[in-house]
Ligand binder design. Structure first.
Ligand SMILES: C[S@@+](CC[C@H](N)C(=O)[O-])C[C@H]1O[C@@H](n2cnc3c(N)ncnc32)[C@H](O)[C@@H]1O
Length: 217
């Protein structure tokens, strides 16, 4: 159902009536958490490019409706680089461990800026690099699937958001997420750890981050 890099605290701050957009919604986990927060007058849209994930998320809508009595979550097929969402229509963009996978992150952030209403907010969880990864690790399929190979340096992350025209940018590091995956011998992370230089761990290279930014009102 979910493969995330930390539940965005953004969901906790949602308020009734807001329109929320989840980039790379997967099985819909965060959308179903956001739905009750925005209530019957709000709306949650999940976008994902993988038809199987979309089908899974749509199947999950029935039990969500039964549990909450709400009909405010929908899922759209699409790429986060070309969002199937109108300009200036979203209050809060959330995303959980997806933007690192995009081959065109500046385009993703331009799209976020386009769909946000003036004054709207992006609040995403992602992974970013503390120091460059060895080339051999960047080429590992396991490292891409583990949301590592596509990650960029933190300074570059900030520069991309700035270039997209958003302001009030904050990046908070949450190193405990990667450390816990390594400690718990997550199979993907075990393979990645084995490919790193002796004496280093994934947490020396990569961290979970929470990013917030706002579109100027
Ligand atoms: C690591 S999973 C995260 C899913 C979900 N956010 C969660 O926390 O459980 C990545 C998801 O992003 C989707 N995805 C990856 N790249 C994408 C892109 N460029 N456009 C749309 N969806 C994308 C994948 O299909 C997958 O469902």
């Amino acid at each position: 159902m979910g493969l995330s890099c930390g539940n965005p605290t953004a969901i906790a701050a949602l308020t009734p009536g807001q329109v929320v957009l989840d980039l790379g919604s997967g099985g819909g986990f965060d959308c179903f958490l956001a739905g009750p927060k925005v209530g019957p007058t709000g709306r949650v849209i999940g976008v994902d490019m993988t038809p199987d994930m979309l089908a899974k998320a749509r199947r999950n809508i029935a039990s969500y409706r039964q549990r909450t009595g709400l009909n405010n979550v929908e899922f759209r097929l699409g790429e986060i680089e070309h969002l199937p969402v109108a300009d200036n229509t979203v209050d809060v963009v959330i995303s959980n461990c997806v933007i690192n996978l995009s081959p065109d992150k500046p385009q993703v952030w331009r799209e976020i800026a386009r769909v946000l209403k003036p004054g709207g907010k992006a609040a995403v969880s992602d992974l970013a690099l503390l120091r460059p990864l060895p080339q051999s690790v960047r080429q590992m399929v396991e490292a891409l699937v583990g949301c590592i190979a596509g990650a960029i340096m933190i300074e570059e992350y900030r520069a991309i958001i700035e270039a997209a025209g958003l302001s009030e940018i904050e990046l908070r590091l949450k190193p405990e997420y990667v450390a816990s995956l390594t400690e718990f011998q997550d199979p993907l992370y075990r393979q990645i750890a084995e490919a790193l230089p002796a004496g280093t761990t994934p947490a020396d290279f990569i961290t979970s981050i929470e990013v917030t930014a706002r579109k100027t009102a």
